[in-house]
Design a protein around this ligand. Structure first.
Ligand code: NAD
Ligand code: UD1
Length: 345
């Protein structure tokens, strides 16, 4: 029988790519999203892409009543939990909102799952749980260091899940620590929503290449890295999506809880990213070195072999593919749709 997965935050950047990967792998998938950070038109585009209607619950993950009725309507075999707030700077301004959505939302979801007897969950964690790590590439055994309220919510989420499994062995969890997701689906129908001024490097470079923003500020060139600029492990969002399919399969088939980094194991500097995006877009990327960003980490690179051992996960897409797909998405018709979800194309 086809297995059914609940995807919270499934209309968002990583969630929408994972939706496509799960449907392609043969799962029935229900999306729960409140569209707090997603465009409603993504649902129609997912339907175009998969050739199937999307089963959607428009709801807040903190709404226990709606969640319970969803679990009464469908038997879910597992949940992939993306729904969260994710902007580091905003988390410093509004920490309680972050604790509420990211921690209370998780607990609420776990309670409803428990009552329904669905006890398999994949959790979106982040390399941010390592703070400034002692070791690079960073293994999963590195200690937790909260740098900001957002990072704290990911640490707390992991700890809650670990204690839950320790207390009740009917639960199985997959904790996936993403490094830096980049790029867009090869169809160019879905990608990272660029409506607001982005804080992250890739969407910012994309806006500069497109001429929407005048120049990129490079946050420091005096780090102990190949060219002095910050180094990150950029992973194609389609590879990341595939990692979720493998994690779900591991939970459903072997019932094995797991904790893995999802990254490539390779680092690229800001200057290398500018050069790669220039190649992909054939545009100039004006940039200027400014001071370091407060609280920034010099290098984040994943030790990536555990994901291969445990899940058989290896990244397949290159940095050039990340940049080319990002450029195709940002210059395509869909990235500029109305925030209210009307498709203007
Ligand atoms: P996103 O904002 O694009 O997606 C999150 C989705 O959750 C959005 O569609 C949003 O509308 C929805 N959502 C938010 N609050 C909700 C609520 N209360 N109830 C229901 N839905 C809600 O973000 P993303 O980049 O796709 O990230 C997905 C997950 O991965 C998040 O948990 C994030 O913390 C984590 N993560 C992201 C990155 C990254 O760089 N993008 C890195 C590491 C971890
Ligand atoms: C940020 C978040 C982190 C989150 C991750 C993925 C912060 C402090 N951390 O990390 O919690 O998990 O995104 O969503 O925000 N850079 C520039 N100019 C820019 C933007 C970035 O030079 O305009 C540099 C940064 O200094 C860094 C690199 O580009 O060296 C990547 O930055 P960014 O995309 O913001 O990701 P992270 O810093 O890894």
């Amino acid at each position: 029988m086809t297995q059914r997965i609940l995807l919270t935050g499934g209309a968002g950047y990583i969630g929408s790519h994972t939706y496509v990967a799960l449907v392609e792998a043969g799962y029935d998938v229900t999306i729960l999203d409140n569209f707090q950070n997603a465009n409603r038109s993504v649902i129609a585009r997912l339907e175009d892409l998969t050739g199937q209607p999307v089963t959607l619950a428009e709801a807040d993950v903190r709404d226990a009543t709606t969640l319970a009725s969803l679990f009464a309507e469908h038997v879910f075999d597992a949940v992939v939990h993306f729904a969260a707030l994710k902007a580091v700077g905003e988390s410093v301004e509004r920490p309680l909102d972050y604790f509420d959505v990211n921690i209370s939302g998780l607990i609420n979801l776990l309670r409803v799952m428990d009552a329904a007897g669905c006890r398999k969950i994949v959790f979106s964690s982040s390399a941010t749980v390592y703070g400034v790590p002692d070791e690079t590439p960073t293994p999963e055994t590195a200690e937790f260091r909260a740098m900001n309220p957002y990072g704290q919510t990911k640490i707390s989420g992991e700890q809650i899940l670990n204690q839950l499994v320790a207390a009740d062995d009917r639960w199985q969890i997959g904790i996936l620590r993403y490094f830096n997701p980049a790029g867009a689906h090869e169809s160019h129908l879905i990608g990272e929503d660029p409506r607001d001024t982005p804080n992250n490097l890739m969407p910012f470079i994309a806006k500069v290449a497109a001429g929407e923003v005048e120049e990129l500020e490079v946050f420091g060139d005096d780090y102990d890295t190949q060219d002095g600029t910050g180094v990150r492990d950029y992973i194609h969002v389609d590879d990341l999506a595939r990692g979720h399919v493998l994690s779900v399969a591991a939970l459903l088939e072997d019932g094995q809880s797991h904790l893995v980094n999802l990254g490539t194991g390779e680092g690229h500097s800001v200057m290398e990213m500018i050069a790669a995006y220039k190649r992909a877009s054939n545009r100039d990327i004006p940039h200027r070195v400014v001071d370091r960003r407060a609280g920034d980490v010099p290098i984040y690179v994943a030790k990536a072999d555990k994901a291969e051992e445990v899940l058989g996960f290896r990244t397949e897409k290159t940095l050039d593919e990340m940049c080319a797909s990002s450029w195709a998405w940002i210059t395509g018709p869909h990235s500029q749709e109305d925030p209210d979800g009307e498709d203007n194309t």
